[in-house]
Design a protein around this ligand. Structure first.
Ligand SMILES: C[S@@+](CC[C@H](N)C(=O)[O-])C[C@H]1O[C@@H](n2cnc3c(N)ncnc32)[C@H](O)[C@@H]1O
Length: 402
């Protein structure tokens, strides 16, 4: 195949995806997505037990992953996966607009497979969830692919979620009326939100506080539009993370300015793309957070510190590679402590009088603050700050008054 064959290939892929044809060029007949009635889901997987171990196979035996992408998409994914900088390769491919929405979705599912084979469940989950955000995700052809991919890779909760959403969004007639469907949808969304709430990190603590105290803050701080800064942008689209989107939505709805900072340009790029979709003027800056705060010329009002990871010993090869590439060394516990302390020094100097700081991934262990707050927490507490609340392994502080 030559590059000149690509346009034809893509149009045939698109027709395959839309169900007009059963096969794509090459030997991909077996790889066409199975119909809902004939699909063979791994028979040792109970979709709702959450206990399946991931099995990814390239053969066509009974345990084969029935969601393999056409071989041309597999080839593109394999090339990105083998690149020296995987994120850069993926970003370049996606921004080249060579793939349409359907092909992009298949590509993301294929990336999930490759990371799963590499035992990186977190990044695999990230890619399945990225596929879920596709504009074509909730269609008759795409939903089964996502559900089956999530099942094949052992992400059964996610499979259940997409499956149920697909049923609830479907316009097909069932034994329940549209009105009843709306009631079930509302109840289901509440259940999911409740479940998510339990695993949220520090951004939830900060946003809950701001929801009930923002008006009071505005009264005290005057007419200036408040600014919220996040150090440590979202890097993975997985439950518990996602602070950048949640904070951006809050700032948009409450007329706050927002800047998010990360040392990894891929994360800034993702955030900038999201801000553009949300049509908000927020900034995603690539810089070391400690340097950014040192150089920041103004005051800020609220800050969420969730950057340099603490070393829990389970970071993926991909995460470690980002630290090596952009900070020159793999994740180091002492460096995590120092980085957050440097941020705390700038907070002391530049946070507005009534401002709020939230440090994520910190908790008391035998009376000592640990992880990201090991040095930053005692530093702030010794310099006039007081603890407002600690939960979800995060701490919320403000200056002591009176
Ligand atoms: C735990 S993640 C942030 C998660 C994010 N707040 C969320 O909830 O979705 C930590 C982030 O800090 C970034 N990081 C690490 N060291 C940094 C530094 N010195 N300055 C800025 N960002 C850094 C990493 O690239 C990574 O994206």
């Amino acid at each position: 195949m030559t590059p000149r064959d690509l346009p034809t290939l893509w149009s045939r892929l698109a027709r395959w995806f839309s169900g007009e044809t059963k096969a794509v060029p090459g030997n991909c007949v077996e790889n066409a997505p199975p119909s809902a009635s004939t699909a063979k889901i791994r028979d040792d997987v109970d979709p709702f037990s959450g206990s399946a171990t991931p099995v990814v196979s390239t053969d066509h035996s009974e345990h084969a992953d029935s969601t393999q992408a056409p071989e041309q998409i597999q080839g593109l994914a394999q090339r990105c996966f083998s690149a020296a900088d995987i994120h850069e390769a993926v970003d370049t491919l996606i921004s080249s607009a060579r793939l349409n929405d359907q092909e992009t979705l298949l590509f993301h599912l294929e990336m999930a497979t490759l990371f799963s084979i590499d035992s990186d469940r977190m990044t695999a989950l990230h890619f399945i969830r990225t596929a879920m955000e596709s504009p074509v995700a909730l269609t008759r052809r795409a939903s089964p692919l996502i559900v089956k991919k999530a099942l094949a890779l052992g992400h059964t909760d996610l499979a259940a979620e997409v499956f149920i959403r697909d049923l609830l969004e479907s316009s097909e007639e069932t034994y329940i009326s549209d009105k009843e469907k709306q009631i079930i949808k509302k109840s289901y969304n509440n259940m999911i939100l409740e479940k998510q709430k339990k695993i949220e990190h520090g951004h939830d603590l900060l946003l809950d506080y701001l929801k009930s105290h923002l008006a009071e803050y505005r009264d005290k701080s005057g007419t200036r539009k408040p600014l919220l800064i996040e150090i440590g942008t979202t890097r993975e689209n997985v439950p518990g993370q996602g602070s950048t989107r949640k904070i951006a939505e809050f700032c948009k709805n409450n007329q706050l300015d927002f800047i998010t900072v990360d040392m990894d340009p891929h994360n800034s790029h993702m955030a900038a793309a999201m801000f553009s979709t949300m049509q908000v003027p927020f900034q995603a800056i690539t810089a070391k957070g400690e340097d950014f705060l040192k150089d920041f010329p103004d005051q800020f009002d609220f800050i969420f510190l969730d950057a340099y990871d603490f070393d829990h010993g389970k970071h993926s090869a991909l995460r470690q590679s980002r630290y090596r590439k952009f900070l020159g060394e793999p994740i180091d516990e002492q460096a995590c402590h120092r980085m957050h302390q440097e941020c705390a020094e700038s907070v002391l100097e530049k946070l507005s009088e009534w401002g709020i700081v939230c440090i994520d991934d910190t908790w008391l262990d035998d009376g000592q603050w640990t992880a990201k707050g090991t040095l930053a927490m005692p530093y702030l507490l010794e310099h006039g700050f007081t603890l407002l609340e600690a939960r979800n392994r995060a701490a919320l502080l403000a200056r002591q008054h009176g």
